[in-house]
Design a protein around this ligand. Structure first.
Ligand code: CP3
Length: 353
């Protein structure tokens, strides 16, 4: 009990303790909707600089912490950050996202990928995570994150984001053996990276399988789920007490499958009613979510009602309050402030009758 009573709120809830209100943080809480971020972006126009120069990444990660005191402070980085460490060079283009100049499409390219050595390839991650822990102490929980094998494979094979995922689906359905080799290598590297983040100070790790919602359920079972399991199993082997969160965008059709990944907490997006999500997942599965990020364009009253509605439906156990996906870049900053204030003043007992 001694340890848990000093543990921060989000970590306690993520471990399954009953807490007086759901902890709250926001995906993409550091980023373009904040003026402080946009100002800093002018000084450091390259995303890789902003996320890989430790002092800059620390500053960006702490901007929302200083402004809103969220219960979770996430490392400012990107899911493609570890790829150069495997031999996949990348850049992150303004307004476009990740670009891989030499997409991975042949067996020879897959065989030439090397195992990730995080200390050598990603030394800045240690500096950043240690500084975040130092800064927030027990007042907030430091979250690390990784991309999932399917989603990172989608970037590696397509070379950039896609609407149709034609190239990776072509590979999946015409030459699956090659894709499975790539997914296996990525899963092992991602597990190594997640363990490294935990060793450096991350107290919770979220895995983003953003593009797995683009798969039919049977293909999710073949190309996404087994590799989510492979990552989570490896991380749990060495770090059994670190809560693991899974996110899939557009996950309504695979929600039950997400719970089979080995994640402790399943992120729910706004296309599913939180009460339905609870009913579908069962009482033992913890959830995160699930306001539509667009709710933050609404009035304060509207935002408050939607927070209360979600908390009431999620109940008084195993819920991390969040949006269903990242905050939108043109969201009014004062509405983000209101979202956090309202969430932090909640008492679940008063809302859940
Ligand atoms: O501080 C935090 O909350 C961490 C933020 C974070 C970023 N990337 C920073 C970022 C997180 C959690 C990610 C993960 C990520 N990156 C995902 C998974 C989450 C999701 O959206 O499903 C994905 C798919 C990516 C790939 C990626 N990187 C995209 C699609 C983009 C956006 C392109 C654009 O401009 O809209 C990026 C670039 C990126 N990563 C930005 C940020 C804040 C925007 C560029 C900028 O503001 O400078």
């Amino acid at each position: 009990m001694g340890v848990s009573s000093t543990a921060p709120h989000l970590l306690r809830a993520a471990r399954g303790e009953i807490v007086d209100r759901p902890p709250v943080w926001m995906m993409r809480q550091a980023g373009r909707y904040m003026k402080a971020y946009r100002d800093l972006r002018e000084k450091y126009p390259s995303f890789r600089d902003r996320s890989e120069i430790p002092e800059v990444a620390i500053e960006v990660s702490l901007q929302p912490w200083r402004a809103f005191q969220p219960d979770g402070v996430i490392l400012f980085s990107d899911i493609v950050t570890p790829l150069p460490g495997l031999g996949i060079d990348m850049d992150i283009a303004e307004g476009k996202g990740p670009i891989i100049h030499a997409p991975i499409r042949t067996q020879a390219q897959i065989e030439s990928l090397h195992p990730l050595e995080p200390e050598a390839a990603l030394p800045f991650i240690k500096t950043i995570l240690q500084a975040l822990r130092q800064e927030v102490g027990n007042k907030s929980t430091v979250l690390g994150f990784v991309g999932a094998p399917w989603t990172l494979a989608a970037y590696a094979v397509e070379g950039k984001g896609s609407k149709t995922y034609s190239i990776i689906k072509n590979l999946a359905f015409s030459d699956p053996v090659i894709l499975h080799q790539l997914l296996t290598k990525l899963a092992d590297a991602i597990a190594v990276y997640a363990r490294y983040q935990i060793d450096c100070g991350a107290q919770v790790v979220q895995m983003f399988d953003s593009w797995a919602g683009q798969l039919s359920p049977q293909d999710y079972d073949t190309f996404a789920l087994p590799y989510q399991q492979r990552v989570f199993q490896q991380v749990k082997q060495t770090h059994p007490d670190t809560p693991l969160i899974l996110l899939v965008s557009g996950s309504a059709g695979v929600l039950e499958r997400m719970a089979k990944s080995g994640a402790d907490i399943v992120t729910v997006d706004w296309t599913v009613d939180m009460a339905d999500a609870r009913a579908r997942l069962g009482k033992q599965v913890k959830v995160q979510g699930n306001l539509d990020p667009g709710v933050l364009y609404g009035s304060k009253e509207f935002i408050r009602d939607r927070i209360h509605d979600t908390v009431r439906k999620a109940g008084n156990w195993g819920h991390i309050l969040n949006l269903g996906h990242g905050v939108l870049p043109d969201t009014p900053e004062e509405n983000v402030a209101f979202f956090f204030e309202t969430a932090k003043q909640l008492s679940t007992a008063a809302v859940v009758s």
